[in-house]
Design a protein around this ligand. Sequence first.
Ligand code: ATP
Ligand code: MG
Length: 542
Amino acid sequence: MIRELSLEVRSKIAAGEVIERPVSVVKELVENALDAGATDIKVSVINGGLDEIMVSDNGCGMPFEELPLAVKRFTTSKIASVEDLDSIATLGFRGEALASIADVADLTIFSCDGETSGQLRIRGGEVLLCKPVASPKGTRVIVRDLFFNLPARKKFLRSASTEFSHIQKFLQSMVLIYPNIQWTFTSEKGVIWHVPPQLPSEERFYSLFGQKAQFHAFTASQAELDIYLNPNIVGELILSVNGRLIKGSAYFQVLRILKDMWGGANLPVMVLRLNVEPDQVDVNVHPQKLDIRFKSQGWLRQALQELITQVRSEGGSLGSDSKTSGEMPHYQSEAWTTTPNDASTVVNETIRENYMLFQKEALQNQKDVGAAVSKGLEIKDYLYDAYILIKRDGVYELWDQHAVNEKINYWRLSSLYGVQFLLEPLFCGVDEETAQALTEMGFELQQVRGGYLIKAVPSLLLLSRSLDVIIDDLESIKGNIEKTRADLACKSAVKAGQKLSPMEIEALVVEGLKVLDVSYDPHGRPAVVKLDQALIERLFNR
Ligand SMILES: Nc1ncnc2c1ncn2[C@@H]1O[C@H](COP(=O)(O)OP(=O)(O)OP(=O)(O)O)[C@@H](O)[C@H]1O
Ligand SMILES: [Mg+2]
């Protein structure tokens, strides 16, 4: 039964901006369908959801007389008291999602609880229609004209293709988190995917991404981990806690631990479903309900440790694509002791990943080092954790580790150094000029009607930003390629004062030698100073 929440409960709810863009609507409607116990959920969008979003389910439905309550703010069937906030077992609990959508769009609901059924239409908060009509058991919600009454917000939205890819990404995650549900996703172009329930995981992955992956599943008492291995696709963690997709600080905390467990530079697609007693987590912490707080850190540690032990003991059977040996990498306990993460940890993650790439190269470059040395190059010293002193063809040179690394990164970006293939090519409606510019930067594009499919993204770009940000930013990247390249090269370079191991120094020098002109960094600052006779004489005012 839908009830209005008391003022006391309302004041405790971490409410906020619920509807930011089309995917927020899809998220709220899909969560309502899941809360209603649906086993068959259909999502369809027109023009990236900007024109229309429809979500229908075969869940419990609502009786006709409750329809007006459903779209009222702070009315919900999911909690009733302040105490209920302490153990929430449903995805929704604030009773504000439908009201928030109805405030900024044109919303129509058809619902039937098996006894009564009806239709309600509300636009910009004004109820236009509410009448009994026949409808199959379950609920169908149609949202049109999002932000029709908020032109400023509408302007902030990205292109339909970008909004579409956000929705697609969200639904991919939900399909992997909820394998027992039948999911159908359609757009004006037709069926994007149809995933029947209980489909073998390999098939499920194939229907989502059009590529097969090797699949491994691990189950512990409170955690289930699915690992999909496909070297061609960008790995990531999809995390749910009690069925809720998590994106906030809890996500980074878990990601860090799993990355340490995995050890390799390339993460596979990992789907981790954590199941915890509802009273052990606080879900009332994030305006879009995308984060949770574990009441006890010990719980998380224990749940993951059990899982990791299992993964490590069965690790030999995992594919070797993402690791150098068949064994599971050594698990570092340091990850437990660090505090939950925030934005700065994301940056650190990026640097760390880049560093790992660097170390891998160092190994690969061992042979090249020998060749370089035999060509009359010697590494003589390493000064102040910042400068490498080398002797080349009888002349001493000082290499600035940051500037040289920056130049190498810059060169990598412009010479298509390493691309990452995307799980699913992403459509972007850019013009030919932008496409040309993106290709120069290392994007792999395929022309299709009305735009291009992005098939691969330069690795370095992916290391520095999330794919969402890159896609959102295509236009500005195009207008500013040189600066973007230089910025990215700089951000992902080792810093002055960051102590390098001898192997890393060698790798840097060998890589530097591959860059045609290492003398200046991308900003025109010297990267290498030749201590030749002329300079030495100038220093002594000769
Ligand atoms: N698909 C659905 N099937 C059955 N009932 C639904 C459905 N969608 C909404 N309802 C009913 O309408 C109520 C209001 O939905 P709404 O999404 O606004 O709030 P909520 O889910 O309770 O909380 P939240 O704001 O956190 O999502 C729900 O509590 C539920 O009773
Ligand atoms: Mg809801």
